[in-house]
Design a protein around this ligand. Structure first.
Ligand code: ADP
Ligand code: MG
Length: 454
C-alpha cells in the first residue's frame, strides 16, 4: 500500500476507476488498469504507478487519454498523466516514465513500436518441431526469415487454432532481430491493428498511424480473419498492404482460413492476399505430437515414461496448445502430489480433456462407412442375407462397432436388424481370423477404421 495516498486521493482514484472501467470494458480494465495506483496530483500532472514496464508502456499508449478524462471528470485539475513503474513492496519508482502524455506524434509512434511488438521467448525456430503437417509452412517461414529482400509477398500462413501460426511468426521475428538487426518490423494481431487504427481516427492522429506502418521493413499481422466484415479497417489495411508491397517490404500474415475462404473480406483484398505464397499448417499427426511432447518433456526435471508420452499423443489430437496443456497438467500434478507419472495417473488427471478429444463415433456412422466401402445397401447390412460380400461387410461393421463404440454386444446386435449377441461374437471372431490370414483384408480394415475415426 502507498502510505502517502490520502483518503481524498483514494476516493478520486476509485471514482475515476469506475469511469475507466465503463469506458474500456471489464477485460481490458482487469489487464491494464486495475493494477495502477494514483500516487499524487501536482501541477496539472497526475502521477500514476504501474507494476511493470510493459503495463506502463501499454497504458501510456492506449489509456492516457482515458485516465486524464476520467480524472478531469471527477473534478481534478490535470492535463496529463505521468505513469511510472514502481516496485510493489516499497513503492519506489524503479524506472523513468515512458513519456509524458501530451507528446509529439513521432514520439507516440516510437513508444508504440516498442510496446506493440511483444514476442514470446519460447516461440523460436529452434523450439519448433517439424513434421509432415507443418514442414511446408516451416520451410516458407525460414526462407522469409533468411531473405534480405521479400522472398514471397505476402507469406500467408493458415491453419486451425493451436497449430503453430503465431509460433512461426514470432520465430521469423526473432530470427530477423538476430541476423538483420537494422530491419524495422512490427508484429501485431489484426485486432490490435484495428484498435490502433480506430483510435488514430478518433484522436485525429491518422497520419502518425499511417507513417508508423508504412515505415517498416517487415509487417506481420496475426489472425487477419478478424478484420473480415470490418470495412474501414479492411480498407486501411489494404492501402498499407499495397504500399508496403510496392516498396518491396515483406508482409507476413496468418489466418484460420485460406485467403479465398476468408469471410467478409473484399474480393480484391482476398485475391491480393493470395499473391505471394500461401502455406497451410495441417492438423497434427501422431508422429508430430509425439515429437513435440518428447522435446517438451526433456525440459521438465521430472521423468516422464515413453508410454505416457505415447498415450497422450494418441489421445490428445485436437491441437498442440491442448497437448502442451495436458503435459503441463500431468507434470504439475506429479510435482505437487508426488508419485510416478503413469498412464493411469495421466488419464485420471486429464479426464475432462480426454473426453472432449474423444470423437463420438455412432453406430450409424460405422454402418454408413462400411456400406460405402463394400458398396452395399444399408438395408442389406441389417438384413439376414448370407451372400459372401454382404456377410463380410456385416461382420466387419459389427467388429468395428465393438472396437470403436462402448455399446454392449446385445445393443450392437439389435442395431443390425435385431440380431442376437452371439451373432456379434461370431462376427468378431471371424474378422479376427481373417485379419490373421489375409493381409489385404487386414489393410482394408485399417483403412476403413481410419476413415471412420477421422
Ligand atoms: P496458433 O497461432 O496457430 O493458434 P500457436 O502458435 O499459438 O498456435 O501454438 C500453440 C502452442 O503450440 C504454442 O505454445 C506453440 O509453442 C506450440 N506449438 C505449435 N506448433 C509447434 C511445433 N511445431 N513445435 C513446438 N511447439 C509448437
Ligand atoms: Mg495464434
Amino acid at each position: 500500500m502507498l502510505d502517502s495516498a490520502t483518503e481524498e486521493l483514494k476516493q478520486v482514484w476509485s471514482d475515476a476507476l469506475e469511469d475507466i472501467r465503463k469506458e474500456v470494458g471489464a477485460s481490458d480494465y482487469e489487464t491494464w488498469i486495475s493494477k495502477l495506483q494514483l500516487l499524487e496530483i501536482r501541477d496539472d500532472v497526475a502521477k500514476v504507478a504501474a507494476p511493470t514496464k510493459y503495463i506502463r508502456d501499454n497504458v501510456t499508449w492506449r489509456y492516457s487519454d482515458v485516465i486524464v478524462n476520467a480524472l478531469s471528470a471527477g473534478g481534478c485539475q490535470i492535463n496529463c498523466v505521468n505513469i511510472d513503474v514502481y516496485d510493489n513492496n516499497n513503492s519506489t519508482i524503479v524506472a523513468e516514465s515512458a513519456a509524458p502524455e501530451k507528446k509529439q506524434p513521432e514520439q507516440k509512434s516510437a513508444i508504440n513500436l516498442e510496446g506493440m511488438t511483444v514476442l514470446d521467448k519460447k516461440f523460436t525456430f529452434k523450439n519448433f518441431i517439424v513434421g509432415k503437417p507443418n514442414e511446408f509452412a516451416y520451410a516458407a517461414a525460414m526462407r522469409v526469415a533468411e531473405s534480405e529482400t521479400p522472398a514471397f509477398n505476402p507469406l500467408f500462413l493458415y491453419g486451425g487454432v493451436g497449430l503453430g501460426k503465431t509460433h512461426l511468426m514470432h520465430a521469423i521475428a526473432w530470427h530477423i532481430k538476430e541476423t538483420q538487426p537494422q530491419k524495422r518490423f512490427i508484429y501485431l494481431s489484426a485486432e490490435k491493428f484495428m484498435y490502433l487504427f480506430i483510435k488514430s481516427l478518433r484522436y485525429k492522429d491518422a497520419m502518425s498511424f499511417k507513417e508508423m506502418f508504412r515505415n517498416v521493413d517487415v509487417l506481420m499481422v496475426d489472425d487477419v480473419q478478424f478484420i473480415g466484415g470490418k470495412d474501414t479497417t479492411q480498407e486501411e489495411f489494404f492501402h498499407t498492404f499495397n504500399e508496403l508491397v510496392n516498396n518491396n517490404r515483406q508482409i507476413i500474415l496468418s489466418a484460420d482460413k485460406s485467403p479465398t475462404d476468408l469471410d467478409g473480406m473484399e474480393d480484391r483484398l482476398k485475391s491480393r492476399l493470395g499473391w505471394g505464397l500461401v502455406a497451410d499448417i495441417h492438423p497434427t499427426s501422431y508422429e508430430l505430437r509425439l515429437g513435440i511432447l518428447q522435446s517438451k518433456a526433456k525440459r521438465h526435471k521430472i521423468k516422464i515414461p515413453d508410454e505416457v508420452l505415447e498415450f497422450l499423443s494418441m489421445k490428445i489430437t485436437s491441437n498442440i496448445r491442448e497437448l502442451e496443456g495436458a503435459l503441463n497438467r500431468v507434470v504439475a500434478h506429479a510435482t505437487l502430489v508426488g508419485g510416478n507419472i503413469t498412464i493411469d495417473m495421466a488419464s485420471n488427471v486429464l479426464r475432462d480433456l480426454l473426453r472432449s478429444n474423444e470423437k463420438y463415433i455412432t453406430m450409424d456412422l460405422i454402418q454408413r462407412k462400411v456400406c460405402e466401402f463394400f458398396n452395399i445397401k444399408l438395408s442389406d447390412l441389417t438384413s439376414t442375407k448370407r451372400q459372401k460380400a454382404i456377410a463380410t461387410a456385416r461382420h466387419v461393421a459389427m467388429y468395428l462397432a465393438k472396437e470403436l463404440t462402448t455399446k454392449s454386444l446385445p445393443d450392437i446386435g439389435r442395431s443390425f436388424g435385431g440380431k442376437d449377441h452371439s451373432t456379434v461374437i461370431h462376427a468378431v471372431k471371424k474378422v479376427k481370423e481373417n485379419v490373421e490370414k489375409d493381409k489385404e483384408f487386414a489393410t482394408n480394415l485399417e483403412i476403413l477404421r481410419k476413415t471412420i475415426e477421422n
